[in-house]
Design a protein around this ligand. Sequence first.
Ligand code: ADP
Length: 228
Amino acid sequence: MIAPGSLLAAHDLRKAYGPTPALDGASFSILPGEVVAIMGPSGSGKSTLLHCLAGIIRPDSGVITYRDRVLSDMSDAELSALRRTEFGFVFQFGQLVPELTCVENVALPLRLAGTRRKDAERVALEWMERLEVDGLASKRPGEVSGGQGQRVAIARSLVTSPRLIFADEPTGALDSLNGERVMELLTAMARSANTAVVLVTHETRVAAYSDREIVVRDGKSHNMERAV
Ligand code: ADP
């Protein structure tokens, strides 16, 4: 049922909002270091699947395992600890904290985990250099472009060296040139750190950066053979 060696795997997930099924028997798996795109039209259940996989919402039924631990057996506190230490997140709009500078935003996950400011900001700056946004360290999110903000958000998602990054339409608010740059950097950085990426997108061009695609339709998942 669940592929051996998976980092994260889900089987037969169901989730309904009132009478509407958002997930209707979706399955998923990802190997360590793999980049998997979840595709499908708007309203098909992609975000619901991502939020279930990340332990943000609980499915009505179905099993999700992360490194042999069953998510439904974990308490809310255990799930949030897992999200803080093992997962990174990138959203459509960077969701940076507007009051903090860019380097403080990138350092935030480390600060929340108890790392001292100086050490957290040193690691944050290293990631910002790799994403070519170290020049923006002292700027606030309102002073940088959409593409720059997403690169700052990617630096923030990587700063704790997570095993898995959830990226929900990370290029949805960017033009195609900036979108491609963001995808290049996200996948290159993740691959160099052996971090797996679950990428939700409705754009074929963005999904092309993945190793494998899963299409969601009407809450059901379908594995796609990649055209060559
Ligand atoms: P996608 O990400 O593919 O656009 P979603 O997972 O957001 O799809 O939504 C799947 C279905 O579930 C849609 O019919 C949507 O309207 C419904 N849905 C999603 N979230 C909620 C919610 N919080 N309350 C009610 N209905 C929801």
